[in-house]
Design a protein around this ligand. Structure first.
Ligand SMILES: Cc1ncc(COP(=O)(O)OP(=O)(O)O)c(N)n1
Ligand code: 3NM
Length: 537
């Protein structure tokens, strides 16, 4: 029998102990195949060999009916008895070379990998595919001693696998709401390699309706693959279908979002630092949105369905648990998530916290000054002094934002005298603002607040546009033009600052700060259209 050609898109690992009460294993399996499972692995930990062989044999009868390949977990003797497509082995099972010698060249042999060294060994041993995990904690197996890779860690393994083109599925804690985040967030930073599929137990087996559960997961994976094939370089989850723009269209789009905010009054959830909470809340109110500054993990989980967008600004990092929960819920509820990693490069604590947050959720927009963006991009060109950047800035800022946007599959906003924004494809430069912004605290943080508010508006604008809640593709994390939302936040803030600085009653930073809030509230959209200096690079 020639080696099976496997579609790894939706890889079902069986788990009879997780079946809902009264659900028969074979019935559940057949329904999941009807839903779109593309490969099955029989995994049995506590039964005698005879029973394992019998279950594998009956399972194969069913998978054969649907032309879906079957693999056996760990046990080469069971594989040899039923002669299915192959086996899956773990790091503590029989070594790969020995497994190959016993199973033969026609057997598909997959191996579990949890880090880069294991991935390299899998390539050297000619594994046919790898199972990368654990991505997240899971109740289906004891993974307490394993590193939880998060989408980021999976991406690092995918970089190693890219050259050999070894197929990879991710495993561990994967459920429909976190699949878009996993697929996009694990696109590998250098080679831009992506997962061939997802492996799940409970997301399908524990469902009372495995057909629907499998169909939903399959849709998400298929859409992701479709979009990757058509636009491999683009972070497609945030792009609207037509990225072609003119500066006039962008600026009038910003003016339209100003009206959306006034009309829809989106709730903007902000977990921000205690230096700026009050100013950020007032800036939100001034543009017509509604701030909520909750931080308790229980509070933020309940809030998520109601919010328009979430801002996570970790200036004083007192609420990490709330940030983790709120961000994950924003992904689950497909709400824009704006990440402001204040002074991320300044201390090891900040770098580690940022890494942890980014392993838990996928931001829609990352906003920072040159030192912060440089730290995330792992560039040493610009350094930080506290929360500020020092030095001349990047030699090629457009390239920095474009590259980081691609790497992180997010919109990147680099603030400074000139602001650069990119979705990984288009780069925009804006040059509004005023020197007095550098004389008050929290101007960068308020920009983040406005970016979050206008991303909420961009999503609402999309929903009101007749497309309803139908996603352009099932793997999209948020709807609406997030690049436009980010641009609106930057422009509205900087144009309001110009207006404030021009006022006769402004005599320094104190009066400027108050006037800025006034101008955020009073600036007519027509004046923003006149002032906006936007270039498409
Ligand atoms: C697709 C896939 N990936 C990883 C595993 C885990 O296998 P292993 O490390 O052998 O652990 P056990 O499954 O034996 O607990 C898997 N089964 N499938
Ligand atoms: C079998 C298995 N192996 C893992 C690993 O990390 O190697 S995690 C895991 C369990 C996956 O179950 P669920 O989809 O229910 O989280």
């Amino acid at each position: 029998m020639p080696k099976a050609d496997i579609d790894y898109s939706l890889y079902l690992v069986t788990g009879r102990e997780l079946l809902p009460e009264g659900k028969d294993y074979y019935e559940s399996l057949e329904e999941s195949l009807q839903g779109g499972v593309t490969v099955v692995q029989v995994r049995e930990k506590d039964i005698d060999t005879g029973e394992f062989v019998e279950i594998a044999r009956r399972t194969k009868e069913i998978t054969d009916k649907y032309n879906v390949p079957l693999l056996i977990n760990d046990r080469i003797d069971v594989y040899l008895a039923v002669r299915c497509a192959g086996i899956h082995i773990g790091q503590s099972d029989m070594p790969l070379a020995q497994a190959r010698a016993l199973a033969g060249d026609d057997a598909v042999i997959g191996i579990s990998v949890g880090n880069i060294d294991e991935a390299q060994a899998a390539i050297a041993g000619h594994a046919d595919y790898v199972g990368v995990g654990a991505v997240w904690p899971t109740g289906s197996k004891d993974v307490t001693k394993k590193v939880k890779l998060g989408p980021d860690g999976v991406g690092r393994v995918l970089d190693v696998l890219a050259e050999s083109k070894t197929p990879a599925v991710a495993i561990g804690g994967i459920h429909a709401p976190n699949v878009p985040f996993l697929l996009h967030g694990s696109i590998s930073p250098n080679a831009r390699n992506s997962l061939d599929g997802i492996a799940v137990i409970s997301a399908v087996v524990a469902s009372k309706t495995p057909r629907e559960a499998a169909a939903n997961l399959r849709n998400i994976v298929d859409s992701f693959k479709r979009v990757r094939r058509s636009a491999p370089a683009a972070p497609a989850f945030v792009l609207e279908s037509s990225p072609v723009r003119s500066t006039e269209a962008l600026v009038s789009g910003v003016a339209a979002l100003m009206e959306v905010i006034q009309r829809e009054v989106p709730l903007v959830h902000q977990i921000t630092n205690n230096v700026v909470i009050n100013d950020s809340a007032n800036a939100t109110l001034a543009i017509g949105a509604s701030p909520i500054m909750a931080t308790n993990p229980r509070d933020v989980a309940d809030l998520s369905p109601a919010i328009g967008a979430l801002l996570v600004n970790f200036g004083t990092i007192t609420d990490k648990e709330g940030m983790l929960v709120a961000g994950r819920q924003a992904n689950v509820n497909r709400k824009p998530l704006v990440y402001d990693p204040v002074a991320v490069g300044a201390t090891s604590f900040r770098r580690e916290t940022s890494k942890e947050l980014l392993a838990h959720w996928q931001p829609t927009v990352i906003k920072g000054n040159a030192a912060e963006i440089g730290a995330l991009a792992q560039l040493t060109e610009v350094e930080s002094r506290g929360v500020d950047s020092v030095g001349k800035g990047f030699a090629d800022p457009a390239n920095v934002v474009r590259t980081l946007a691609r790497k992180r599959a997010a919109i990147v906003v680099l603030t400074g005298e000139e602001d650069y924004l990119s979705d990984g494809d288009v780069v925009l430069r804006t040059s509004n603002g005023h020197a007095l912004l550098g004389k008050i605290t929290g101007s960068g943080c308020m920009t983040g607040t406005l970016v979050a508010s206008f991303c909420a508006a961009a999503r609402l604008h999309h929903l009101a546009g007749g497309k309803g809640s139908v996603f352009e593709n099932d793997s999209q994390l948020v709807q609406g033009d997030m690049l436009l939302g980010a641009l609106a936040g930057v422009l509205v803030f900087n144009c309001a600052a110009e207006r404030a600085a021009e006022r006769d009653d402004v005599r320094g930073p104190g009066t400027f700060r108050a006037a800025l809030i006034d101008e955020l509230a009073n600036m007519p959209a027509a004046d923003l259209v006149k002032r906006a200096k936007v270039e498409i690079l």
